[in-house]
Design a protein around this ligand. Structure first.
Ligand code: PMP
Length: 356
């Protein structure tokens, strides 16, 4: 029986995507070769990557000022690659310190230049989004994490700034329409809303990439990747193919407006249930709650292992909170059906009755 998959990433993918990816492992598009066996410079793969790029731009409503890249190394490599391209030792970049992933990005930037903390929610364990930013005029860019996967907070609108805006959208990419054109660089590991692990989406404003002056090794250089159309070296062919299938699925289901509608419905049910059951508590500021990752705790911590055990027995995976945070985390990415959230809420109610 298929499990209810609340994993935080890699996470649930749409069933048709899994089926089509499985079929392509045996025979890609009826060509008599597996997707794993075709060269990345063949017409077959060029068609895959070009369609994937076009769908990214279509979903983000971006024009040709932007380039779509599919790179290696996960979002973590972007923590390093961005300052490596855009910061020299005398430069400053502004960062929002809103969660564990943003903090890691800040550490990496420190290897290349100065970091100005535009806002921090560290005082309350990253349980809210601080919206008043202090931004030095000379900063090279402002970096934010749009959804804090670990802490369960989310920027519900992008901050206003004249600086080039850099956004780590790893855990809410393609979950809702956003003014993507307010960003100069968007990046996301694919393994949540966009496909399988192994490929990182980078969407970059071409004129910003063209402005890079400092010496950067070619494999880390955005401009070189743009010139090579994401084929500077062998790209993760299969992961890009799964991303294409996932992008096609998003479009076929009704695009980002529909994804947002579904997310709101799932999150409303989940948060309503948690708020109404006295065995649970949540420290996240209500207005900043993430529609993707709900993070909450048992009031009586001694009940946690029994609750997690009950989830496992009922075919639910991935609900254990992040290792440094503890508690419970329910991830509700695009592919998670409402029925899974309903099943979780019923189980939570049953458990609360038994232990309340
Ligand atoms: N940023 C965010 C918001 C994340 O959730 C994660 C991983 N879960 C990362 C960055 C790191 O991504 P990766 O493992 O692809 O390097």
């Amino acid at each position: 029986m298929k499990k209810h998959n609340f994993n935080s990433g890699p996470s649930i993918l749409p069933a048709p995507v899994i089926e089509q990816a499985a079929a392509a492992l045996h025979d890609f598009n009826g060509i008599g070769l597996s997707i794993l066996e075709i060269g990345h410079r063949t017409e077959w793969f060029i068609a895959v990557i070009e369609e994937a790029k076009a769908l990214v731009k279509q979903l983000m409503q971006l024009n040709d000022d932007y380039e779509v890249l599919f790179l290696h190394g996960g979002a973590t490599t972007q923590f390093m690659q961005i300052p490596m391209n855009f910061l020299t030792p005398n430069d400053t970049a502004a960062y929002c310190d809103n969660g564990i992933w943003g903090s890691k990005a800040i550490q990496e930037a420190g290897f290349f230049g100065n970091v100005h903390i535009a806002a921090s929610s560290k005082d309350k364990n990253h349980t809210y989004i601080p919206k008043n930013l202090s931004l030095p005029n000379n900063a090279k860019y402002l970096h934010i994490t749009t959804n804090n996967t670990v802490e369960g907070t989310q920027w519900h609108s992008l901050p206003e700034t004249n600086l080039p805006l850099v956004a780590d959208m790893s855990s809410d990419i393609f979950s809702k329409p956003m003014p993507f054109n307010h960003c100069s660089l968007i990046y996301a590991g694919a393994q949540k809303n966009m496909g399988a692990a192994g490929v990182t989406l980078v969407v970059i404003k071409k004129d910003w990439a063209a402005s890079i002056q400092k010496p950067v090794p070619p494999i880390m250089h955005y401009q070189k990747h743009i010139e090579a159309k994401s084929l500077l070296n062998t790209p993760p062919v299969f992961a890009i193919y799964v991303a294409l299938l996932t992008l096609r699925w998003i479009v076929a289901e009704g695009g980002l407006t529909e994804m947002e509608k579904r997310s709101k419905q799932k999150a409303a049910l989940l948060y309503h249930t948690i708020d109404s059951l006295p065995i649970f508590t949540s420290y996240v500021a209500k207005e900043d709650r993430s529609l993707m990752n709900a993070v909450f705790f048992m009031k009586d911590e001694n009940l946690l292992s029994s609750f997690l055990q009950t989830c496992t027995e009922n075919g639910m995976v991935g609900v254990k909170g992040y290792r440094t945070v503890g508690g419970i985390r329910v991830s509700m990415y695009n592919a998670l059906p409402l029925e899974s959230v309903q099943a979780f809420c019923e189980l939570a109610q049953y458990f609360a009755q038994k232990h309340g």
